[in-house]
Ligand binder design. Structure first.
Ligand code: BF8
Length: 676
C-alpha cells in the first residue's frame, strides 16, 4: 500500500546515506525503510537542498521590498574598511543584528505564548471554570506566590493564619497573566536572579517591562529605517531574551508544575522501540502539556483501555516526540519516541495509529508521510493547522478537555484495524531516569537536612565535580543526527563536568543510555563517577522541555545562594551548549543564558559569521556587561573542551583550581568561620 501511494521518482543518488545522516541505529533502519518504500524525509531533502550561504552568514536583509539585499563576506575576509551596504545603507552589522534579534523575538514569542496559554488554563482552574484541570501542587503555588507579592497568610485577631488556597490561586493567576502586558514596572521574576545579576541588567538598561512589549519592540526596531546601531539592537534583543528566560518560560514551567505537578525522578524508556506492535500507538508531539496531560489521563481510563481491547489491541501505548515528550516523561514516565528529527521516522514504522500535534517543531512533511500510511494526523491548536487534506483538526479547549482527549483517543483506536502489513518497529530503546528539577536536585545533592545546594557546591569546591554544563537544544538535519549531542556530553562527563539537559539533547542522551546511574562508571571521570555512585544519580540530569531551561537558571541561582562559589552566575564554573541547534527558540535561550552570565557555545553554525564586528561584540564584548558571551564551535570535542577551559578559568578565579584535601568542618568551627 505504502509503495503504491509513495512517489516513485526518488533517485538513489539524491537520497541520504543512513549512516552519515544519524548515529542512531533505529533511525538508520527507518531511513533505509523510507527509501525502500519510496518515502522522502528531511534527511533526503538535506542532501538535495543546500542552505543559502548568505542567509547562513546572517547578512541577507529582506525587511523591505527594495531587497532582499545580500551582503556575503568574501571568502578571503575583508581587509581594512568594510564597505558592504544594502540599498538603504544598512551595514552587515545592522543587518545581522536585526536578523539575530528577530530570531530572539520569534523564540521568545514561542516560549512566552506557550506560557500565556498555560496561564490562561491556570486562571480557568483557579476560578473553577473547568472540571478537567485542578491545582495539583499546592506547595509550588505557595512557593511562587511571594514573587508576585501575593500573601500566603492572613492576619486574623492578631494571628497569622494560612490564607485560602483558592484565593491565592486566583490572585497569582491574575498577577501572572498581567506579566504579558502590564503598563508599568518590570517583570516580577527578575528579582529571583542573584542580586548582582539584577544590578547588571539594571545598569545596562535591559530590565524587561512586560513580555509582549519587548517582542513587539524588536519588530518595530528592526523595521526599515529604525534602529541602525548593532549594539542598541542587541540591547533590545537582550531585554526580550531575559523576558523569555526569566519571564515567559519561567512562568510556563512554574504554572505547569502547579497545575500538573513538579517532576521528581522516575524511570522510563526512549527511542522508536517504545512503540508496541500489538497496542494502539498514539504519539503526542509538540510543546504544550495542557493537551497531552489530558490525553495521558484519558488513555488510562478503563473506558478507553477496554475500547482498545474491543478493537483487537492489547492496550494503548502513548509516547512522545519533541518537548511534549519531555513534559509527559517528566511528570508521568511516558516513554520518549524520539527527537525532532525522528518525527517522520516514527510514522514510517507503520505502527503509529495517530500522531497528535499542538505547537512548535512540527514538520509539515509529516502530513505527506502520514498519507503513505494509515496514520491519522491530528492538529489540535487554533494557531497551528496544516494545509494538507489528510490532516484532521480537532480543536482542543480546556473547558471540554476530557471529551476532546477521548475523542482523539477513540479516533486512534478505531484506526488500529487499518494498519497495513508494512509495520516495522526497530527494537532499539534504552532505559532512562528522568524527572529532575530544582527541587529534586536539592533533595539528591543537597539533602533536606540542609535544604540547600550545599553538597553540590562542596563537591565542586573539592574538585570531584569540575563544573556544571547546561547542554540543550535541537537536532539539525545539516549535521549528523545526535552525533554532536552525544560527543559533547560524553567529553564533558569524562572530564567530571555534570550535565543538565533539556529539549532534544535530553532525548538524545536518553536514547544513548546516558540518563542512567550506571553510566557514571562507564563514561565519567573518577570524581563525577564517585558522586553519582554515592548519591545514585545519572551524570546527565534531564530537566525537561525547552521552556524548562528556566529550571537551569534557577538551579544556577541556588548554587550561588548556597555559597562558596562567588556572588553571581557568571562567577560559577558553568557553561552552556546547544550542539545541534536549529530553532529561533534556541537563539533566545542562548541569549538569555549569555545575559545571565553563562559562556554559551553553539554548534553547526551561527547567523553572525558574515558580520565579523557584530560577531565579536557577541563573542567578546558582552562578557564585560553580563559576564557571559557567545561562541561557535562545530567540532564537538573542541566544543566541549572550550566549555571545560571556561570552567577551569572560573575555578581559577575562585581559587579552587587545585585539588584540595577535604577537611570535615564541625558545626562549631563553621560558626567560627562564619563570624570571622
Ligand atoms: O523546544 S530542542 S527541536 S523540540 S526547539 Fe524543537 Fe529544538 Fe527540540 Fe522543543 Ni526546543
Amino acid at each position: 500500500m505504502a509503495e503504491e501511494k509513495a512517489s516513485k521518482d526518488l533517485r538513489t543518488d539524491k537520497l541520504a546515506d543512513p549512516v552519515s545522516a544519524t548515529i542512531d541505529e533505529a533511525s538508520q533502519l527507518m531511513i533505509q525503510r523510507a527509501h525502500e518504500l519510496g518515502i522522502e524525509t528531511v534527511f533526503d531533502r538535506a542532501v538535495t537542498m543546500k542552505p543559502c550561504n548568505i542567509g547562513t552568514q546572517g547578512t541577507c536583509c529582506k525587511n523591505c521590498a527594495m531587497g532582499p539585499c545580500r551582503l556575503p563576506l568574501p571568502k578571503s575576509g575583508i581587509e581594512g574598511k568594510d564597505d558592504r551596504k544594502g540599498l538603504c545603507g544598512a551595514t552587515p552589522n545592522t543587518i545581522a543584528a536585526r536578523n539575530f534579534i528577530r530570531m530572539i523575538a520569534g523564540g521568545a514569542a514561542a516560549h512566552s505564548d506557550h506560557g500565556r496559554c498555560v496561564a490562561e488554563v491556570f486562571m480557568s482552574a483557579a476560578r473553577k471554570e473547568t472540571e478537567a484541570y485542578r491545582i495539583k501542587d499546592v506547595d509550588k503555588l505557595l512557593s511562587i506566590a511571594p514573587h508576585f507579592d501575593v500573601a500566603i497568610t492572613v492576619e486574623v485577631d492578631g494571628k497569622q493564619l494560612d490564607r485560602d488556597i483558592d484565593e491565592i490561586a486566583v490572585e497569582v493567576a491574575e498577577k501572572a497573566l498581567n506579566e504579558w502586558g502590564k503598563a508599568e514596572g518590570e517583570l516580577c521574576y527578575l528579582k529571583r536572579a542573584p542580586a548582582s545579576l539584577y544590578e547588571k541588567w539594571k545598569k545596562n538598561g535591559v530590565l524587561p517591562r512586560n513580555i509582549d512589549r519587548e517582542i513587539v519592540e524588536i519588530m518595530h526596531r528592526t523595521h526599515i529605517g529604525v534602529d541602525q546601531d548593532y549594539k542598541n539592537l542587541i540591547k533590545q534583543g537582550t531585554r526580550a531574551a531575559i523576558a523569555d528566560g526569566w519571564g515567559g518560560s519561567m512562568l510556563a514551567t512554574d504554572l505547569q508544575d502547579v497545575l500538573f505537578g513538579t517532576p521528581y525522578p522516575l524511570q522510563s524508556e526512549a527511542n522508536l522501540g517504545v512503540l508496541k506492535e500489538d497496542h494502539v500507538n498514539i504519539i503526542i508531539h509538540g510543546h504544550e502539556p495542557v493537551l497531552s496531560e489530558m490525553i495521558v489521563a484519558a488513555a488510562q481510563t478503563s473506558e478507553m483501555v477496554e475500547y482498545a481491547k474491543s478493537k483487537g489491541a492489547k492496550g494503548i501505548q502513548l509516547s512522545g516526540i519533541c518537548c511534549t515528550a519531555n513534559e509527559i516523561l517528566q511528570r508521568h514516565g511516558v516513554p520518549l519516541c524520539g527527537t525532532f528529527l525522528q518525527q517522520e521516522l516514527a510514522i514510517i514504522t507503520g505502527a503509529c495509529d495517530a500522531m497528535v500535534v499542538d505547537i512548535q517543531c512540527i514538520m509539515q512533511n509529516i502530513a505527506n508521510v502520514a498519507a503513505c500510511f494509515h496514520t491519522k494526523l491530528i492538529t489540535t491548536h487554533p494557531i497551528a493547522k496544516m494545509e494538507q487534506e489528510n490532516v484532521i483538526h480537532i480543536e482542543f479547549d480546556e473547558h471540554h478537555a476530557m471529551e476532546d482527549a477521548k475523542r482523539i483517543i477513540k479516533l486512534a483506536i478505531d484506526n488500529f484495524k487499518n494498519r497495513g502489513a508494512e509495520v516495522m518497529i526497530p527494537k532499539h530503546k534504552h532505559l532512562q531516569i528522568a524527572g529532575f528539577g530544582v527541587e529534586s536536585i536539592e533533595y539528591h545533592l543537597g539533602g533536606t537536612f540542609r535544604g540547600s545546594y550545599y553538597t553540590l557546591n562542596d563537591n565542586i569546591i573539592n574538585g570531584r565535580i569540575r563544573g556544571i554544563a547546561g547542554v540543550v537544544g535541537c537536532n539539525n538535519a545539516r549535521t549528523r543526527h545526535n552525533e554532536g549531542h552525544i560527543a559533547v556530553v560524553k567529553e564533558l562527563i569524562k572530564n567530571d563536568v555534570i550535565v543538565l539537559t533539556t529539549g532534544c539533547n535530553g532525548i538524545a542522551c536518553a536514547m544513548e543510555g546516558l540518563l542512567t546511574p550506571e553510566t557514571a562508571a562507564v563514561f565519567c571521570g573518577p570524581g563525577l563517577a564517585e558522586v553519582c555512585e554515592t548519591v545514585g544519580i545519572p551524570p546527565v540530569l534531564h530537566m525537561g522541555s525547552c521552556v524548562d531551561n528556566s529550571r537551569i537558571l534557577l538551579a544556577a541561582t541556588k548554587v550561588v545562594e548556597a555559597g562558596g562559589l562567588g556572588n553571581d552566575i557568571s562567577d560559577l564554573p558553568v557553561a552552556g551548549s546547544a550542539p545541534e541547534w536549529m530553532s529561533e527558540k534556541a537563539i533566545s535561550i542562548g541569549h538569555y543564558f549569555v545575559a545571565s552570565g553563562v559562556y554559551t557555545v553553539f554548534g553547526v553554525t551561527l547567523p553572525t559569521t558574515g558580520a565579523p564586528v557584530f560577531q565579536k561584540y557577541l563573542f567578546e564584548d558582552l562578557e564585560k556587561m553580563y559576564g557571559g558571551m557567545w561562541d561557535l564551535e562545530v567540532d564537538p570535542v573542541k566544543h566541549a573542551q572550550k566549555m571545560i577551559a571556561h570552567i577551569d578559568k572560573k575555578r581559577k578565579a575562585l581559587g579552587i583550581d587545585r585539588t584540595r584535601e577535604r577537611v570535615l568542618v564541625d558545626m562549631a568551627t563553621r560558626r567560627e568561620l562564619e563570624t570571622a
